[in-house]
Design a protein around this ligand. Structure first.
Ligand code: ZN
Length: 564
């Protein structure tokens, strides 16, 4: 069945309360473990159906936000979510207190019960108002950012459109573009600072109402981090500081020399080569055709999966009026179908969608037969392993997309390493923010600048007084809308490097390991999942060094090959 044939059913709150409510009552009345099991399975099936309807509406809304009927349906869903959460919460309370719990744990796995207990710890009717306030502030941030109108070279652009100018080959163009975007943040500095301050205070209050010391622990639990703590993450950041930061500093110098840039400034850091970064050859149709060839050749699993995606219209890749920005992957259980959304713009990023988002979708497809819905997808840091590793597994086919595939390889792997110090900075900053919820905006900015100097000494803000004050973090949306979800990309990167290194020497072995990881879905929390997939745990002292050394060698090797 093609995506265009999927029906749009708008779920009604009265029906949900009646049907879901009746299923919960049935579970509450179960007098045997068999009855309880049957009733849980019915609830899971109901959740899959309801979830599919909701997902279809949100996909269609993102594809065409000017469609009145879909937009109304989407607004309506926003109003009923808290009531759905309340119902789920009631079921969660019943299931953890069930007299048949021990037997149910054998059928559904202990981990499911741990997940449910965690979500109970993160929710209470008394924080519903705070949750609504948080959502409102997050929306205000997103609207402010996506509504940016930046005048540049006689035209008006939004921030993501400015991206191609801030990375332009021509130094004067990127400098001017960077100045223009910075001016937008400077103009909105006060309100952005206030929004963040309110968000921090709302989150801190939620945490305290739920019995936590501050938001740090609650933030971790909300992300389903059950087998590692903020202490483990701190140790991991220290490893990045020791093993990666000095290397990245040297790398920046080397790249600047290679790209012919003397005393590089903040707006130069995106440049890898004298003649610009590699750009794909061809439009969307051409790239999808090349991707089909690539996935056909890559493995029987990817061949079946990618044809399924193309045949059923599960990729919407073109940028067009009325379509939301950005990219994502989502999943519809009724059809066992992933969906990929993107906005192609003729840059290297288009190819990244065809490897990164496709990696996410590939995992969704490999886990489609897992019966317990909660086990189909792991926590977010683990999800990024699927996508970031696929970027490397696609290396041998990059000549299908780029004239200079070796240059792509080099800028891809260098970019991945350069990202690590920035990623941990964003995390260290947030931890400090939530441990010190009552400081001023200026104090937050000073702290950010201090952290930047520690991890990112190559960042020089000469000529940008405003950024010198420590305000770069205001443009990192995750800090506002997804607290503590950023370190995930760096953790996943360290895992993806392990697949890459193994792939360089034994592709079959690495690939089989990868497929196994994808098929495991979300059966285990993060660290346990790594053990099952035989991957090095980045929290263990010494492991970052072991993972990063072969990557450093690969970068040297590629540089030699290309430039010696
Ligand atoms: Zn991703």
């Amino acid at each position: 069945m093609k995506f265009s044939d999927y029906p749009t059913n708008v779920p009604k709150l009265e029906d949900i309360q009646k049907d879901f409510g009746a299923l919960i009552d049935e579970f509450a009345k179960a007098t045997s473990v068999q009855e309880a099991t049957k009733s849980i399975k019915k609830i899971q099936a109901y959740g899959d159906e309801l979830g599919t309807d909701i997902t279809i509406i949100s996909i269609r809304f993102s594809l065409d936000y000017k469609n009145k009927a879909i937009s109304d349906a989407n607004d309506y869903l926003d109003t009923i979510y808290p009531y759905i959460s309340q119902l789920s919460n009631r079921f969660n309370q019943l299931i953890v207190a069930s007299p048949f719990r021990a037997e149910l744990e054998k059928t559904f796995g202990e981990y499911l019960f741990k997940m449910i207990e965690t979500s109970l710890k993160c929710f209470d009717d008394s924080i519903m108002d705070l949750m609504a306030q948080e959502a409102k502030l997050q929306t205000e941030y997103s609207k402010l950012i996506s509504g940016a109108k930046i005048k540049f070279h006689g035209e008006t652009y939004n921030l993501s459109q400015m991206g191609k100018f801030t990375q332009d080959k021509d130094r004067e163009t990127r400098k001017a573009a960077f100045k223009a975007t910075t001016r937008f943040f400077e103009k909105n500095d006060q309100r952005l600072g206030e929004i963040y301050d309110e968000l921090v205070k709302v989150r801190d209050e939620m945490a305290k109402k739920l019995g936590f010391k501050n938001f740090v622990e609650l933030g971790y639990l909300k992300l389903g981090r059950l087998d590692y703590t903020a202490e483990d993450v701190k140790g991991y950041r220290d490893q990045i500081y020791r093993e990666v930061v000095p290397f990245v500093n040297r790398l920046y110098k080397q790249i600047a020399k290679r790209a012919g840039i003397k005393s590089p400034k903040i707006y130069d850091l995106s440049q890898s080569f004298v003649d610009g970064n590699p750009t794909p050859r061809g439009d969307r149709e051409y790239l999808v055709q090349q991707a089909t060839t690539m996935y056909n050749e890559m493995s029987p699993e990817t061949n079946e999966f990618f044809n399924f995606m193309v045949d059923n219209e599960l990729l919407d890749l073109d940028a067009r009026a009325g379509k939301r920005g950005g990219g994502y992957m989502t999943y519809m259980p009724r059809y066992k179908a992933p969906f990929i959304f993107a906005n192609f713009n003729g840059t290297q990023g288009d190819v990244d969608v065809l490897t990164h988002e496709v990696g996410h979708a590939f995992q969704g497809y490999q886990s489609r037969d897992i019966k317990v819905p909660e086990y189909r997808m792991p926590t977010l840091e683990a999800c990024e392993i699927h996508s970031m590793s696929m970027e490397f597994f696609a290396w041998p086919w990059m000549h299908l997309f780029f004239d200079e595939d070796k240059k792509y390889h080099l800028s891809h792997i260098e970019g991945a390493v350069k990202f690590l110090p920035y990623g941990v900075s964003v995390d260290e900053f947030q931890e400090w923010v939530y441990e010190n919820p009552n400081v001023t905006h200026e104090e937050r900015c000073a702290k950010w600048r201090e952290i930047e100097k520690k991890y990112l000494p190559a960042r020089k803000y000469t000529g940008f007084k405003y950024l010198e004050k420590g305000t770069f973090w205001l443009r990192q949306g995750h800090i506002f809308t997804s607290p503590f979800y950023y370190i995930d990309y760096t953790l996943a990167q360290v895992l993806a490097f392990q697949f890459a290194t193994e792939m360089f020497t034994n592709r079959t072995k690495a690939w089989n390991k990868y497929v196994k990881l994808c098929k495991l879905g979300g059966r285990y929390p993060f660290v346990e999942l790594l053990e099952h997939a035989k991957l090095r745990n980045p929290f263990i002292e010494g492991n970052v060094k072991k993972v990063i050394n072969p990557v450093k060698r690969k970068i040297k090797e590629l540089n030699k090959e290309l430039f010696d």
